[in-house]
Design a protein around this ligand. Structure first.
Ligand SMILES: [Cu+2]
Length: 130
């Protein structure tokens, strides 16, 4: 009886552990930015989502690496938060107002795909790139 109980608990903990660890996913995404202030702003915006476990932006590569709980959030939601603080990325373009309010050193060269999108875009919105 005791052995059955023990193996039951063991099985349950393995099941729960594998279930939790399976939900953690990682993505890498192109995010525009320039300096250390950008790095801080980008990582803080990504981590504003409580389901983000870690966020690291490479200043030299302009690549954001995020580990997150895939059962509760997704890449799209996280990158939208990053665009909302002024950083264009592979899925969203920041609003011109937020971009213009960035410190001069943070005003990176906006990518061409964003310029194309801007023609039809509502300037107040964070726009999804197609
Ligand atoms: Cu900056």
């Amino acid at each position: 009886m005791n052995t059955i109980l023990k193996s039951g608990i063991l099985f349950l903990s393995i099941f729960l552990f594998s279930n939790f660890s399976a939900q953690t996913k990682t993505f890498k995404a192109r995010v525009e930015g320039n300096c250390g202030m950008c790095k801080e702003r980008i990582e803080t915006a990504a981590k504003a989502d409580k389901n983000v476990k870690s966020a690291d932006w490479s200043m030299s590569k302009k690549v954001l690496t995020v580990s997150y709980d895939a059962s509760k959030t997704d890449k799209k939601a996280i990158l939208k938060n990053v665009a909302s603080v002024g950083h264009d990325n592979e899925m969203f373009r920041a609003s011109d107002k937020v971009y213009n309010d960035l410190d001069a050193c943070c005003q990176y060269d906006r990518p061409d795909n964003s310029k194309k999108l801007a023609k039809n875009a509502d300037k107040k919105q964070v726009c999804e790139l197609k």
